[in-house]
Design a binder for this molecule. Structure first.
Ligand code: ADP
Length: 256
């Protein structure tokens, strides 16, 4: 209604986002959404006004991790009110716009890009210090169009030890270079698992090659996340903000 628009317009024009960081991976299932959530929590714990823009249409991981299920509110002009997590992180997600959470999303790149542009430009962000964008996985058409539709200040690349040996990470780094977006750092996920009895760290996927990649491309290593059942359980329960050890505490000082 007109009344609602009058109320939203001035707020919309005042909304600001200071820094936008994309989280990318060479393929799906490596923990990109997990890392995005943890970076959001790390920023929030530093007292930063934090937002997460979920542009990964392959699954509702971000809303799930924070226990968000209500559909986003918007008006006729396409202005959107972000969802708010328990600890005050503002979230928008394609998955919070679907009629049915269980429907597969089969949109092509340009359609995803349109929605992401709307998220970027038409959400009532409230003076955000840092926004993390959960990018679609891979280096194909969909991630590329999303790259072009948001003014990213930098990206963080997430990979498992397996990808760090092959060319997948290099492709992601090259895509960022092509787009003139700086790569702020690398995060190795599922790096090891800690034995609950003796504390020994077991490298399930073999030795880490993250330092070699880091040297080759001159990109800092931001962290190594173990496989931690506490993280999985917290995501499943929608309580990722309650996890004590998120392994990424020092990262904000490097990337901001
Ligand atoms: P992607 O976004 O790359 O597709 P997700 O972040 O959705 O991957 O992770 C895939 C699955 O693995 C999820 O169920 C997630 O909870 C779990 N997971 C990811 N990283 C870890 C980790 N370090 N420890 C435990 N579980 C993890």
């Amino acid at each position: 209604t007109q009344e609602k628009t009058d109320f939203l317009e001035p707020l919309y024009r005042e909304s600001k986002v200071k820094k936008v960081i994309g989280i990318v991976s060479g393929k799906g299932g490596v923990g990109k959404s997990m890392t995005t959530s943890l970076l959001g929590v790390a920023a929030m714990r530093k007292g930063l006004h934090t937002a997460i823009l979920d542009a990964d249409v392959t699954g509702p991981s971000i809303p799930q991790a924070f226990g968000l299920h209500e559909r986003l509110l918007g008006n006729a002009e396409g202005i959107i009110l972000p969802a708010m997590t328990n600890f005050g992180i503002e979230v928008v997600s394609l998955n919070l716009m679907l009629e049915e959470e269980t429907q597969p999303v089969i949109w092509r790149g340009p359609v995803v890009a349109d929605v992401v542009k709307q998220f970027w430009g038409k959400t009532l962000w409230k003076d955000i210090d840092v926004m993390f964008v959960d990018m679609p996985p891979g280096t194909g058409e969909v991630p590329l169009t999303v790259f072009q539709s948001i003014p990213l200040d930098g990206i963080v690349v997430v990979a498992t030890p397996q990808e760090l040996v092959g060319m997948i990470v290099e492709k992601a780094v090259n895509m960022a270079n092509m787009m003139n977006v700086p790569v702020l750092g690398l995060i190795e996920n599922m790096s090891y698992i800690k034995c609950p009895d003796c504390g020994k760290e077991i490298k399930v996927f073999g030795d880490s090659h993250i330092e070699e990649i880091s040297e080759k491309f001159n990109i800092p290593v931001l962290g190594k996340l173990p496989i931690d059942p506490k993280l999985t359980q917290a995501c499943d329960a929608g309580l990722i903000e309650d996890v004590e050890n998120i392994y990424l505490d020092g990262v904000m000082d490097i990337i901001l």
